[in-house]
Design a protein around this ligand. Structure first.
Ligand code: TYD
Length: 145
C-alpha cells in the first residue's frame, strides 16, 4: 500500500464573540492523527532565509500560523514543487511523517507554533534529500518522487 505524505489541513474549533476570537485544539480531536508531546515556536526569520529542508521518520506535526504569513513547500507527484501560502487565517496544517518540506518567504511579523508527536530527537530527522529518496524508494512509496 502506498503511503500518503501530503500535508493537509484540519479544522480548529473557534469561538468568536464581541470580545474577540478564541480557538482551541484538543487531543481527543486529533488523537487519530497523533498525540501531543512537544510544542515549539519559530519567529524572527529573515525574509531571505528558508527553514526545514527535512523529513521526519516518525514524528507527525501540526503547524499553526499564529501571526503573519509564509510559504510552506513540499514535493507533490512527479517532484512538482507545491507551495501553500499560510497566514494567521489558515487552519492548522498536519505534516505527516516522511513529508519532505521546507518553509520560505516569511513576513517580518511571522510567528509559527508547531505541535509535535514526539520529543526532539535528531535521529528522527532525514536532512539529506538523496537519503530521503532512497528511503521512499525502499518503501515502494513512489507516488511522491
Ligand atoms: P530544525 O528542526 O532543524 O529547524 P527548522 O526545521 O526550522 O529549520 O531545528 C533547528 C535547531 O534547533 C536544531 O539544531 C535542532 C534544534 N531543536 C531542538 O533542540 N529542539 C526542538 O524541539 C527543535 C524543533 C529544534
Amino acid at each position: 500500500m502506498k503511503t500518503n505524505y501530503k500535508p493537509y489541513f484540519i479544522n480548529i474549533d473557534t469561538i468568536s464573540d464581541k470580545r474577540g476570537i478564541l480557538k482551541y485544539l484538543e487531543e481527543k480531536k486529533t488523537n487519530k492523527i497523533f498525540k501531543f508531546k512537544r510544542i515549539y515556536f519559530i519567529s524572527n526569520v529573515p525574509k531571505s532565509v528558508g527553514r526545514g529542508y527535512h523529513a521526519h521518520k516518525k514524528t507527525v506535526q501540526c503547524l499553526l500560523t499564529l501571526n503573519g504569513n509564509f510559504d510552506f513547500c513540499f514535493f507533490g507527484k512527479k517532484k512538482r514543487k507545491n507551495k501553500i501560502k499560510l497566514t494567521d487565517k489558515s487552519r492548522p496544517l498536519i505534516i505527516p511523517k516522511m513529508c519532505w518540506h521546507w518553509m520560505e518567504n516569511f513576513s517580518n511579523d511571522c510567528i509559527i507554533g508547531v505541535i509535535a508527536s514526539s520529543n526532539y530527537n535528531e535521529k528522527d530527522y532525514i536532512r539529506d534529500f538523496d537519503s530521503y529518496k532512497e528511503l521512499i524508494k525502499k518503501n515502494n512509496d513512489a507516488q511522491i518522487i
